[in-house]
Design a binder for this molecule. Structure first.
Ligand code: NAP
Length: 451
């Protein structure tokens, strides 16, 4: 091929940025990459999923930012595939497309009362406190100042993030880039109790020890866990013996179970072998009916028929993320992922020429941010092999995307536009003595980009 291979990367979260990086970091095949995102800003879950008070994890964006400076990489923000440009048009303009748009939606509990006001998805709460342009501000700014007792369902790292943010004082969050409306709302918090429900035992919890430990180190919240909930059956003891990460979790919680509450104004209660059965309330959730569970020989949770009530006027389900389909792209609706073989998208066992997948929409919502680097690199190996062997379909209008978007009047936020937003967020933060403050409003982001 006499021109560079042109690749569209759809989604600018970690897996998209790592894909772009791997494409331009090799020298055998010249490649030009457009990283397309429906939002005016890049970095997806690094910006809108990683907890704002986890500064070291959020600093991954400095690394991802460097990729946008590399020759051959462009950012095309505020462009929605399927609305501003169709899949067929992407094929017209690019030799290959990598879908790396993640898994941003919530999973449901499927229990009675789940749709009561006050029952929310962790994904939505996280988007709200991270300043996502689509966040439902009205709901959270009405709920949070009137919440006294919250119930968080699930014991993964997102549940830990949400619990910590709800339990922290504004002073403990003041150094973060949360939008001002988040501080103003959290300053009105009346929360005294946060109950966290694990449907299996402490040895089966999905959180990691570093994240877990932080719950025991909060300025104004005691952590409470019953020793009875920490008793391990033989299989769980074997799991703890075999896996140091499990053992460390259990040890941290055992130490907590010996602590006397110190009278702090907030309390975090960890419950295991407890799953929500239904939610009750008049107009808004008031009570969570919880069923005690026991582990089956296979290690899953089975109900025991024993129930108890927890007061909760905010219920946050934090039971995992879910990927969604893009029109025309094969989708496995059972697993909520795009089917693939070595990153090449498959339909009925056959490869779709020129279509690839990386990240959470490839393998499901698991792993740490770094997991996506290896994952993206593997997909890029397949793409480059196909480029070398001539297996990529020939686009009819290589490079034609700019004219197409301009004709449609799409306001595209470029890399320079993102740099301008970045500076505007630093300037906004400086007005309150912070490193940066997230601009949450889509129009304000586009205005700041100068696009
Ligand atoms: P997760 O790790 O998959 O945890 C989901 C939790 O929900 C599990 O405890 C699961 O219990 C529970 N659950 C699922 N369905 C349930 C139901 N119907 N009823 C009650 N409980 C239910 O998901 P996540 O917390 O959303 O995290 C997603 C990924 O992002 C993970 O890989 C996580 O480590 C990562 N992450 C990392 C960080 C960090 O490193 N600081 C921060 C946030 C997220 P079972 O195990 O019984 O199914």
């Amino acid at each position: 091929m006499s021109r560079p291979v042109r690749v569209a990367v759809v989604g600018s979260g970690p897996s998209g940025m790592y894909s772009a990086d791997a494409l331009v970091n090799q020298t055998e095949i010249p490649v030009e990459v457009d990283v397309i995102d429906r939002l005016p800003v890049p970095f997806g879950l690094v910006r809108y999923g990683v907890a704002p008070d986890h500064l070291s994890i959020r600093s991954v964006r400095d690394t991802l930012n460097k990729t946008l400076d590399k020759p051959g990489v462009r950012f095309l923000g505020n462009v929605t595939v399927g609305r501003d440009v169709s899949l067929a048009e992407l094929h017209d303009c690019y030799d290959a497309i990598i879908f790396s748009y993640g898994a941003s939606r919530d999973r449901r509990l499927g229990i009675a009362g789940e749709d009561l006001a006050g029952s929310v998805a962790a994904t939505d709460l996280v988007e709200w406190y991270c300043g996502h342009p689509d966040a439902d501000r009205g709901t959270f700014e009405a709920l949070l100042p009137t919440t006294t007792s919250a119930v968080v369902v699930g014991v993964g790292n997102v549940a830990v993030d949400v619990t910590r943010v709800l339990a922290k004082t504004v002073g403990e969050l003041d150094h973060t880039d949360m939008p001002q409306y988040v501080f103003d709302t959290l300053a009105q918090s009346q929360i005294t109790d946060i109950h966290v429900l694990g449907r299996r035992g402490p040895a089966q919890a999905a959180f990691t020890t570093k994240e877990l430990r932080e719950l025991g180190e909060l300025a104004e919240a005691d952590i409470i866990v019953s020793p009875a909930d920490l008793e391990l059956d033989d299989a769980s003891r074997a799991a703890a013996d075999a896996d140091r990460a499990v053992l460390r979790n259990v040890e941290v919680m055992r130490e907590w179970s010996t602590r006397e509450p110190t009278g702090k104004p907030r309390r975090i209660h960890l419950h295991f072998f407890a799953r929500p059965h239904e939610l009750h309330g008049h107009g808004r959730v008031e009570t969570v009916v919880v069923e005690r569970t026991a582990l089956t020989p296979e290690g899953s949770a089975a109900g025991t028929g024993e129930f108890f009530d927890l007061a909760g006027n905010l219920v946050v389900r934090s039971v995992g993320y879910r990927g969604t389909a893009i029109d025309g792209v094969p989708f496995d609706s059972g697993r909520n992922v795009i089917p693939h073989a070595d990153g090449r998208i498959q339909i009925d066992g056959a490869t779709v020429p020129g279509e690839y997948v990386a990240g959470w929409i490839k393998r499901g919502p698991t792993g740490i941010i770094g997991t996506n680097k290896k994952d993206a690199a593997a997909t890029v190996v397949s793409l480059l092999a196909d480029a070398a062997s001539g297996a990529l379909p020939e686009p009819t209008s290589p490079g034609g995307v700019d004219a197409l978007l301009a004709d449609r009047g799409v306001v595209v936020v470029s890399t320079d536009g993102w740099r301008a937003i970045d500076q505007a967020e630093r300037d906004l933060g400086a007005t309150r003595g912070r490193d940066r403050t997230t601009i949450h409003d889509r129009d304000a982001l586009i205005a700041a980009s100068g696009s």
